[in-house]
Design a protein around this ligand. Structure first.
Ligand code: ATP
Length: 958
C-alpha cells in the first residue's frame, strides 16, 4: 500500500524568510480617531455647551468691566472637568483592546521541522502546515492538503453557514464563492478535520480585506446601565427643577429686593430675551420634562422636531420669536432701538450669572460620572479578571456574574485537571499483557492510532506534550509507553470516512484501509454501553466469543471504575468485506461490530475546586454538574467536590434521556432539586438552562464544544473554556482561560464587587447632590451672596463626578461579598439602607452648612474669609464622607486595605491639595482668600468627625 505523504512543514529559517517576505498573520488595526477629535466630542453634551456659551457672553461683559477672573475660571474648570473625564475614559477603553490581542494568541497545531507543535495564530506564516479540528477557526487563507468529512461555516465571508470542503477534484463545487479545497481565515470548522497549507496571511487574507472596525466593547448597554439611566433621569429632573427655581429665586429677588429699579419697558425686554432664549434651548429642557413624564409612569414620545431637529432650527425659532415679540412690543412703546428700553450691562451681567448658576446646578446634579464609573469599573474588572484567567468578551457578563444564582458546570477540565491517563486497559485479547505484533494486537494499535484526532508533540522527548482531545491523547500516550509510534501507523493507513467524537453521539468511528490487516476496517470507540450495544461478538485470547457471555463481567468492571470517578471507554471493530455503507447521516448503520475491551482513564479533581465550590455554596449559589459521563463517575466527582451528599438520592440526579422524556411541567419541578445531569447532550443542557431561567434563576453555564453554543447563548452568562472550540468561545460571554471552576468563583466575586463599587459611587454622589443643590437653592433665596459660586460648584462637580468615580470604581474586590446571598436581578441599585444613608447624611450636611452660613452672616452679609471657610468646610465634609463611601457594605473600617487602594489614596490627595491651592491662590477666580494655618487645621480636624462617626457606627455594627 502507498505510504501517505509525510508532512515536515517549514524549518525555522524558512519561517523567518516567509515572515520577511509575506509578513505576519496580523490584521492592521483600523485607524483610530485622533485624540483631539475624541476630546472635542466631549463637548457635544448640550448642557456643557450652554455653559460655554453663557461663559462666552459673560466674557463679553467682562471686557466692559475688565474683570476676567471668574469667567476665565469657569472656562478652566470646564476644560479640566472634561479633560479628566476624557482621560479616564480613554484609559478604560484602552484596556478593552486586550480582547483582540488574546484572539491573536490562540494556539494552533502546526507542523514545523517535521514535528507537530502549537504556535499562536499571529506567528503562522505563508507555507505553514496547520492541522485543524472541529470547532476551530481557520487562522489564515490556505489550500487544503487533507479534508475528512470537512464542513465549514463561511457565514462571516459569504453568508453560507455550511459548505462542504474536499480535496477530491471530482467533488468540487463549481459555483462556490471560494474554491472547495480552500479554507479562509475567520471561517469555522463545523465538522470533520483537515490539514491546511497557508497561502495568505494577515491583511492579504479575504477576511483581512473585508474586516471591519473591531467592535467597540464599551458601548454595550448592560442591565445595570439601563437601571442607572433611569436613576440619572430622576436626578436630572430634580436638578433641573431646582435649577429653574433657583434662577427664579435669584431673579425675583434682584427684581423686587435689589437696588436696581426696572421700568416696565425694561422688564418687557428682559421677558422677551428670556422667552426667546428658552425657545432656543428647547432641545435641552423639553427632553427633561419628558423624562419626568416617564418617571411618573406616563411615558410620551418626544416630538421628532426636538429629538432629531437641528439646533439651527431652534435658533431660528428663537430669533423669530424675538423679532415678533420685539415688533409687538414696539406697538406698546418698547423701542428696541432706544437705549432706555435696555437694561444696563451690569444687570445683564447679573442675569447671565444667575443663568450660569442655574446651568451649573444642572451640571452638578447630572451624574455624568455614573456611566463613566460603570465603564471604568467594567474596564478595571475586565483587566483584573484577565489576570485571574477570565477573558471577558461581553461587558455585561462582568456584572451579571455577580447576580448569578445557579452555575451549571461541565465536569471534564472544569472540575477535573484534564490530565488524563490510562489507568487500566482491559482488552480481552490482550489480557493484561504487552502489545506485540500479533494480528489481534495490531487491531488495538490501529484502533487507537487511527480512530483519533489527537496528536503528541515530540519536540521535547523527555516531556511529550499532548495536543487535541485529551481522552484520545491519553490513549496515544499509553501506546507510546509501550514503544509504539501512533503517527507511523496513522500515516500509513488511509481514512475513507470518519465520524469524529461528539457529545451527542458519544462515540467516534473511522472507516479505513488498513495496511496492517490489508483490509477495510471500521473502528469504533466511545461510551461503553453504546459501543457494547452495537456488538454481537467479543474478541478474546481464545478467538471470537458471544458478547452476551461477557456482559456481566464488563458491567462489573465498569461500575468499579466509575465509582472511582474514572472515565470509561469501549472499543470495537469490524472487518468490512462487503460494499454496504456503514455511515448514514452521521449515524452508524449496518454494522456488525466485535467488542475489543474497555479502558479506564483517570482524571483527578482539581485541587482548588472543592474550596471554590464551597465558596459558591456559601454565597447562595447552586452548583449543578452537567456531564456526558456516566451516573457513577459523575456522582463520585460530585462527592469529591462537595455537592453530592450521602442524603442525596435519585431526585437529585437525572440522565439526559430521562430528562428529555419529562414534560416541561415535570422537568420544571425536577430541575429545582437537581444536582447532577449525566449522560447529557448539548440539547439537554440548553433545556436545563431555559427551565432554570423560567424558575427565575440567573444562570451561568459552561461549555466547550461547538454544540454547546445554543446553551451558552441562552444562559445569562455563557462561560467557554480556553481549550474549547472557537465556536463555543464566540457564543460565550466569558472565556475561562485555565478552564477551571475556581475562575468562575472569582468572576462571581468580581461581579458582586463591581456592583458594590458602583453603589458606593452613587452613595457618595447623591449625598453631595442633596447637600449642594439644597444649599445653593436656599442660599439664593435667603442669602445675600451665593453660598457657592459657579467655579466652586464646578470644582465640587469635578471632585464627585470624575475623581470619586475613579477612586470608588477602582476599589479592589471584597471577599466579603461572597458571604451574601445573590442579589435579585430586579433589585434597584439604591437599597433602602443606602437611601436612608444618603438622605440622613445629606440633610445633616445641609443643616450644618446652613447653620454655619447663619453663624457667619452679619446682617445678611458674609465676609470673603468666611465664605472661603464655608467653601472649604463643604468640600472637606464630602472629602471625609468619601472614606465612608469606600467602607460602605464592606463591614470593615475605612482604613482597612487603604494601602492597597492606591487609586483611592491618590484621588484623596489630589482633592486635599487641590482645595488648599484653590483657597490659597484661587483669588477672584474662586472667590476665595487665604485661610490661616489654624483655620485649616480646625476645619480639616473638625470635619473629620464625619469619618469618625462612620467608624463608630461600623464598629457597633460589626
Ligand atoms: P463534560 O461534559 O463534563 O466535559 P465529559 O467530557 O465526560 O463531560 P463527553 O465528552 O460527552 O462528556 O463524554 C461522554 C462519554 O463519551 C465519555 O464518558 C466517554 O465514554 C466517551 N468519550 C469521551 N471522549 C471520547 C472520544 N474522544 N472518543 C470516543 N468516546 C469518547
Amino acid at each position: 500500500m502507498e505510504h501517505k505523504k509525510h508532512y515536515t512543514g517549514l524549518s525555522n529559517e524558512q519561517v523567518l524568510e516567509s515572515r520577511n517576505k509575506y509578513g505576519e498573520n496580523i490584521l492592521t488595526p483600523p485607524e483610530r480617531e485622533p485624540l483631539w477629535k475624541l476630546f472635542l466630542e466631549k463637548f457635544e453634551d448640550p448642557i456643557i455647551r450652554i455653559l460655554l456659551i453663557a461663559a462666552f457672553l459673560s466674557l463679553g461683559i467682562s471686557f466692559v468691566h475688565m474683570e476676567f477672573a471668574e469667567t476665565i475660571g469657569i472656562f478652566c474648570a470646564i476644560l479640566l472637568a472634561t479633560g479628566v473625564a476624557f482621560w479616564f475614559e480613554m484609559d478604560a477603553n484602552k484596556k478593552f483592546d486586550v480582547l483582540n490581542k488574546v484572539n491573536d494568541d490562540t494556539l494552533y497545531k502546526v507542523i514545523r521541522n517535521g514535528n507537530i507543535c502549537e504556535i499562536p495564530k499571529k506567528e503562522i506564516v505563508v507555507g505553514d502546515i496547520v492541522i485543524l479540528g472541529t470547532g476551530e477557526e481557520v487562522p489564515a487563507d490556505g489550500e487544503l492538503l487533507e479534508a475528512v468529512s470537512l464542513q465549514i461555516d463561511e457565514s462571516c465571508l459569504t453568508g453560507e453557514p455550511i459548505i462542504d470542503k474536499t480535496t477530491n477534484p471530482a467533488n468540487f463545487h463549481s459555483d462556490a464563492t471560494y474554491p472547495s479545497n480552500w479554507a479562509m481565515r475567520g471561517t469555522k470548522l463545523m465538522d470533520g478535520h483537515g490539514i491546511l497549507e497557508i497561502k495568505k496571511v494577515g491583511d492579504e487574507t479575504e477576511f483581512g480585506k473585508v474586516a471591519e472596525k473591531a467592535t467597540e466593547m464599551s458601548g454595550e448597554e448592560t442591565p445595570l446601565n439601563k437601571q442607572l439611566d433611569k436613576l440619572a433621569k430622576f436626578i436630572g429632573v430634580v436638578g433641573f427643577a431646582l435649577a429653574v427655581l433657583t434662577f427664579l429665586a435669584l431673579f425675583v429677588k434682584d427684581l423686587f429686593l435689589g437696588e436696581a429699579q426696572y421700568t416696565i419697558i425694561q422688564l418687557g425686554s428682559i421677558g422677551i430675551v428670556i422667552l426667546s432664549a428658552s425657545i432656543v434651548l428647547t432641545k435641552v429642557w423639553l427632553p427633561i420634562i419628558y423624562d419626568s413624564f416617564e418617571l411618573l409612569g406616563n411615558e410620551k414620545e418626544l416630538p421628532k422636531s426636538v429629538e432629531e431637529g437641528s439646533w439651527f432650527r431652534w435658533i431660528l425659532y428663537g430669533i423669530g420669536t424675538f423679532v415678533i415679540l420685539a415688533a409687538a412690543g414696539y406697538l406698546f412703546g418698547i423701542n428696541p432701538l432706544n437705549s432706555e428700553s435696555w437694561v444696563s450691562l451690569d444687570v445683564a451681567g447679573r442675569i447671565l450669572q444667575y443663568f450660569m448658576v442655574a446651568v451649573t446646578l444642572i451640571v452638578v446634579a447630572v451624574p455624568e460620572g455614573l456611566p463613566m464609573s460603570v465603564t471604568l469599573s467594567l474596564a478595571l474588572s475586565m483587566r483584573r479578571m484577565l489576570q485571574n484567567n477570565n477573558l471577558v468578551r461581553k461587558m455585561h457578563a462582568c456584572e451579571t456574574m455577580g447576580a448569578t444564582t445557579v452555575i451549571c458546570t461541565d465536569k471534564t477540565g472544569t472540575l477535573t485537571q484534564n490530565q488524563m491517563q490510562v489507568y487500566k486497559a482491559d482488552f480481552f485479547c490482550l489480557n493484561g499483557g504487552k502489545l506485540s505484533n500479533d494480528e489481534n494486537h495490531n487491531i488495538i494499535k490501529e484502533s487507537i492510532s487511527v480512530n483519533s484526532t489527537a496528536y503528541l508533540d515530540y519536540s521535547e522527548p523527555s516531556k511529550i506534550k499532548t495536543l487535541g482531545n485529551p481522552t484520545e491523547a491519553a490513549l496515544l500516550l499509553w501506546l507510546h509507553e509501550q514503544g509504539i509510534n501512533y503517527l507511523d501507523i496513522r500515516e500509513d493507513s488511509e481514512v475513507i470516512e470518519q465520524l469524529t467524537f461528539s457529545t451527542e453521539r458519544k462515540f467516534m468511528a473511522s472507516l479505513i484501509n488498513s495496511p496492517l490487516l490489508s483490509k477495510k476496517v471500521l473502528y469504533v470507540k466511545g461510551a461503553p454501553e453504546i459501543v457494547l450495544s452495537k456488538c454481537g461478538k467479543i474478541l478474546t485470547e481464545q478467538g471470537l466469543k458471544d458478547a452476551k457471555e461477557y456482559n456481566s463481567i464488563i458491567e462489573n468492571s465498569l461500575t468499579q471504575y466509575q465509582n472511582q470517578a474514572m472515565r470509561t471507554l469501549g472499543f470495537a471493530y469490524e472487518i468490512i468485506e462487503d460494499n454496504i455503507d456503514r455511515f448514514e447521516n452521521g449515524k452508524l448503520v449496518n454494522s456488525n461490530l466485535v467488542f475489543l475491551g474497555v479502558t479506564a482513564i483517570s482524571d483527578p479533581v482539581r485541587l482548588d475546586v472543592p474550596s471554590a465550590v464551597t465558596k459558591c455554596l456559601n454565597a447562595g449559589i447552586e452548583v449543578k454538574i452537567v456531564t456526558g459521563d456516566t451516573p457513577g463517575t459523575a456522582k463520585e466527582i460530585g462527592r469529591q467536590i462537595g455537592i453530592w451528599n450521602d442524603s442525596d438520592n435519585f431526585h437529585n440526579i437525572i440522565t439526559g434521556i430521562e430528562f428529555e422524556n419529562l414534560s416541561d411541567e415535570e422537568a420544571l419541578k425536577r430541575v429545582q432539586h437537581l444536582k447532577i445531569m449525566c449522560r447529557a447532550r448539548p440539547t439537554d443542557k440548553q433545556r436545563l438552562v431555559q427551565l432554570l431561567q423560567r424558575n427565575g434563576s440567573v444562570v451561568a453555564v459552561t461549555g466547550d464544544g461547538t454544540n454547546d453554543a445554543p446553551a451558552l447563548n441562552f444562559a445569562h452568562v455563557g462561560l467557554s473554556m480556553g481549550s474549547g472550540t472557537s465556536v463555543a468561545k464566540e457564543a460565550s460571554d466569558i472565556t475561562l482561560l485555565d478552564d477551571s471552576f475556581s475562575s468562575i468563583t472569582t468572576a462571581v466575586m468580581w461581579g458582586r464587587s463591581l456592583y458594590q463599587n458602583i453603589q458606593r459611587f452613587i452613595l457618595f454622589q447623591l449625598t453631595i447632590n442633596v447637600a449642594a443643590l439644597i444649599i445653593v437653592f436656599l442660599g439664593s433665596i435667603f442669602g445675600h451672596e451665593l453660598p457657592l459660586t459657579v467655579t466652586q460648584m464646578l470644582w465640587v462637580n469635578l471632585i464627585m463626578d470624575t475623581f470619586a468615580a475613579g477612586a470608588l470604581a477602582s476599589l479592589p474586590p471584597n471577599l466579603r461579598v461572597m458571604d451574601n446571598k445573590p442579589r435579585k436581578n430586579e433589585d434597584f441599585i439604591i437599597t433602602p439602607s443606602m437611601r436612608f444613608n444618603i438622605l440622613f447624611v445629606g440633610f445633616s450636611f445641609v443643616i450644618i452648612l446652613l447653620g454655619l452660613l447663619f453663624y457667619f452672616s452679619n446682617n445678611g452679609e458674609v465676609s470673603r474669609y468666611d465664605l472661603s471657610r464655608f467653601f472649604t468646610i463643604f468640600v472637606m465634609l464630602q472629602f471625609w464622607n468619601m472614606f465612608n463611601a469606600k467602607a460602605f457594605a464592606s463591614g470593615k473600617s475605612a482604613f482597612h486595605g487603604l494601602n492597597k487602594s492606591i487609586g483611592f489614596l491618590i484621588v484623596a490627595f489630589v482633592i486635599l491639595v487641590g482645595q488648599i491651592l484653590i483657597v490659597e491662590f484661587g483669588g477672584e477666580v474662586f472667590r476665595t482668600v487665604p485661610l490661616t494655618l489654624k483655620d485649616w487645621a480646625v476645619i480639616i480636624g473638625s470635619t473629620s468627625f464625619v469619618l469618625w462617626l462612620g467608624e463608630i457606627i461600623r464598629a457597633i455594627k460589626r
